[in-house]
Write a protein that binds this ligand. Sequence first.
Ligand SMILES: Nc1ncnc2c1ncn2[C@@H]1O[C@H](COP(=O)(O)OP(=O)(O)OP(=O)(O)O)[C@@H](O)[C@H]1O
Length: 227
Amino acid sequence: MSETVLSLKEAAIYQKDNLVLSDVTLNINKGEFIYLIGKTGAGKSSFMKTLYADLPLKEGDGSIVGYNLATLKNKEIPHLRRKLGVVFQDFKLLSDRTIFNNLEFVLKATGWKNKAEMKMRIDEVLTKVGMNSKGFKFPHELSGGEQQRIAIARALLNDPELIIADEPTGNLDPQTSIEVMGILREINQNGNTILMATHDYALILKYPSKTLKLQDGKIFEVVQKKV
Ligand SMILES: Nc1ncnc2c1ncn2[C@@H]1O[C@H](COP(=O)(O)OP(=O)(O)OP(=O)(O)O)[C@@H](O)[C@H]1O
């Protein structure tokens, strides 16, 4: 039986008092890879922010990795985020410390204490993204594609039930985008669920998967044409 990771029912997405999306009803099951598309300003980031509780769900029902978004308390937000991995367009690595220390910082902040266990986990996630030899480098010593791989490794640290990626290839050239996409697909094939916002239709054509479109304040599934 498929396990639901995210379920929204008649949800409305707001930026302060401005309604961005209404009547959002959808289900994402464990193991799916889902694209989220829509023009600039259509609401992709607002939608994703609502999922990781950066924006409150003020209307409708929403349940994500076992948390109820409509009744979520502030003190539960860090617990919710521990079960999500979030990847951004601009990587958001801490520039004042090495890659290893960037990842260690996240583990410490999420309750890890044992040095040897932390090192083992960091080695594991860096290996998954092909960056095991780069732990001693600083972010500015890496290319954009490499920094995004590290950001994906960081998202994997706590074995998230859902990875939310907001235009992860938005700052990368086409070849590097394909490489980063390859990593995300591999992670998905190993069982992780991924929701990825993108403007990159070439990637969707190359790697077709279920696609949700935001348009005129609504969300709908794009029917894939068979060629
Ligand atoms: N902090 C904010 N305060 C008020 N309104 C905002 C805020 N951020 C975004 N908006 C508005 O919400 C709407 C949706 O924006 P959002 O950033 O979610 O779109 P998007 O699809 O992610 O766009 P892009 O592809 O450019 O990232 C837009 O009309 C935008 O002007």
